[in-house]
Design a protein around this ligand. Structure first.
Ligand SMILES: [Zn+2]
Ligand SMILES: [Zn+2]
Ligand SMILES: [Zn+2]
Length: 153
């Protein structure tokens, strides 16, 4: 459920919009609204969530516009998406990227800084010649609470 959009440090928003401008992108009202929502949300919103949050502040911006803006931001490398289990993809600001663990029992998502998985990625690259896209799909498993719950009963 998407609540009201919290206020976000505007210099952070401007930094993200600067990346967009450097990539040749135009900053429209819809673009700014999408970036604002993404920056406020810690990156676990689906395209539909983002469209809904944008609509709260800008009822005139259609969902299709939001989806186009997201595609454009992805093309320019400002935004990436991740798959957390069977749910629709969620979006992140690229330079705030991280990897994900998702609990297969309760769906809890744990954010992991990229450095944690780097030794694994390096080993796989060295031994198998395969470049892992770690951030793209979450790693499945069981969260600490579900492990504890399984022990109790
Ligand atoms: Zn769990
Ligand atoms: Zn995340
Ligand atoms: Zn994907």
């Amino acid at each position: 459920v998407v609540g009201t959009i919290p206020e976000v440090d505007s210099s952070r928003i401007e930094g993200i919009l600067d990346l967009l401008r450097e990539g040749g992108g135009r900053v429209t009202t819809a673009t700014r609204a999408v970036v604002q929502v993404l920056a406020a949300a810690d990156g676990h919103l689906t395209a539909a969530d983002i469209a809904q949050a944008v609509r709260q502040k800008h009822p005139d911006i259609h969902d299709s516009t939001v989806y186009r803006v997201l595609d454009r931001l992805a093309e320019l490398g400002v935004v990436t998406h991740a798959h957390l289990g069977a749910r629709p993809a969620v979006y992140h600001i690229t330079n705030e990227h991280h990897d994900h663990l998702v609990c297969e029992s309760c769906g809890t998502v744990v954010d992991v800084p990229p450095g944690v998985m780097q030794p694994v990625a390096r080993r796989v690259a060295r031994d198998y010649g395969f470049e892992l896209a770690l951030g793209h799909f979450a790693l499945g498993g069981r969260c600490v609470r579900c492990i504890a719950g399984a022990g109790a009963g």
